[in-house]
Write a protein that binds this ligand. Structure first.
Ligand SMILES: Cc1cc2nc3c(=O)[nH]c(=O)nc-3n(C[C@H](O)[C@H](O)[C@H](O)COP(=O)(O)OP(=O)(O)OC[C@H]3O[C@@H](n4cnc5c(N)ncnc54)[C@H](O)[C@@H]3O)c2cc1C
Length: 151
């Protein structure tokens, strides 16, 4: 699937530093057995950050979706709370790091407090966030808008 999508992979490579131009991330420095290299990018999807909106425990204790909901999951693991609040929602804004225009932070590094991260840090939830981040990145680039939807 990765090959079909013509994704270029770099194995055993460690990202060490973003390349910034003001509020824009324009690439990532990484180290590998081949030495230090840079990948330049129009959009960066990272696995660490501090989002515009932190998902917290009270967000799990509601049955209402966010206006920017990107994923909905059943709440099965929290006993009485699950019976009372059977659905959970992930808002897009929790993938948007503060102060960077063209970066998305997906998977377990999305902005969340400890109880919310503990709940959402599962493979299906991370896959949903990754798919949402990839789709948002493609839409942002094709429509010429920032990742938060502004011009
Ligand atoms: C013991 C254990 C059992 C689990 N069992 C289940 C289960 O049964 N079901 C379930 O749904 N979930 C399970 N989980 C949770 C699941 O593994 C996580 O939810 C999921 O892997 C998170 O995906 P992620 O992409 O956010 O992070 P990860 O899968 O951790 O991926 C992050 C990747 O980034 C790489 N990386 C980190 N820093 C850098 C850097 N600087 N440069 C380059 N690469 C970097 C890491 O090497 C890693 O490969 C389990 C977790 C653990 C620890």
């Amino acid at each position: 699937m990765v090959n079909e999508a013509k994704v270029k992979t770099y194995l055993h490579s460690w990202g060490t530093m973003p390349v910034m131009d003001g509020n824009r991330a324009i690439g990532v420095i990484f180290e590998s057995k081949s030495g230090r290299q840079a990948i330049m990018a129009k959009m960066v999807i990272a696995t660490t950050g501090d989002g515009d909106y932190m998902v917290t425990l009270p967000d799990l204790n509601t049955n209402g979706p966010f206006e920017d909901t990107i994923a909905i999951f059943p709440d099965l693991d929290r006993g009485d709370a699950s019976l009372k609040y059977p659905l959970t929602f992930i808002p897009y804004r929790s993938l948007l790091p503060k102060g960077v225009d063209n970066m998305l932070v997906a998977c377990r590094a999305f902005s969340s407090d400890r109880p919310a991260n503990n709940f959402f840090n599962l493979i299906p939830h991370c896959i949903a966030m990754e798919e949402a981040a990839g789709t948002a990145a493609a839409l942002s680039l094709s429509q010429g808008v920032k990742a938060n939807g502004s011009d």
